[in-house]
Design a protein around this ligand. Structure first.
Ligand code: ZN
Ligand code: ZN
Length: 153
């Protein structure tokens, strides 16, 4: 999935739209201007935006966009596993196009979120011998180097 994102981010807008249309069609989703706009936003924004972030940013480009459309589109993408919905116990959920399973680091100062590739298959979980596991969510919280360097001064 990471490779797909890299390849999408680095192509010109026109070509990217063609591929994004392909993603929607692949999932049997009717292509609309607004769905494409939300998908393109998520492809280009790796900062794990909330639905409100997405709405505010896109509203400036498309004044007739409604909040309901953004929410419905996000739900549709989540249902179809195109994006993942992240719940970090904040008041709002966040959205991530990079939907291969991955973990996150969250900076408690600036709120920046970093994608981590934790080797979940090789975690040592002796206590869970004989259990079946449905999902693993690893979120590491701390301070990022930028915030740490500000504190030193
Ligand atoms: Zn930070
Ligand atoms: Zn992520």
């Amino acid at each position: 999935m990471k490779e797909i994102i890299d390849s999408l981010v680095n192509v010109e807008a026109e070509e990217r739209y063609i591929r994004e249309k392909g993603i929607l069609k692949e999932h049997g989703i009717r292509v609309s201007h607004q769905r494409l706009m939300v998908l393109d936003y998520l492809v280009n924004n790796m900062k794990h935006p909330t639905a409100d972030d997405i709405y505010k940013d896109l509203k400036s480009k498309d004044p007739i966009l409604s909040q309901a459309t953004v929410y419905n589109t996000l739900n549709l993408f989540v249902e179809n596993n195109i994006v993942s919905e992240l719940d970090f116990n904040e008041s709002r959920k966040r959205y991530d196009f990079y939907n291969k399973h991955h973990s996150h680091f969250i900076c408690v100062d600036c709120g920046d979120i970093l994608d981590l590739n934790v080797d979940i298959d090789n975690l040592k979980l002796d206590e869970l011998e004989g259990y079946s596991i449905n999902s693993v969510d690893i979120t590491i919280r701390g301070e990022c180097p930028t915030c740490l360097s500000k504190k030193d001064k």
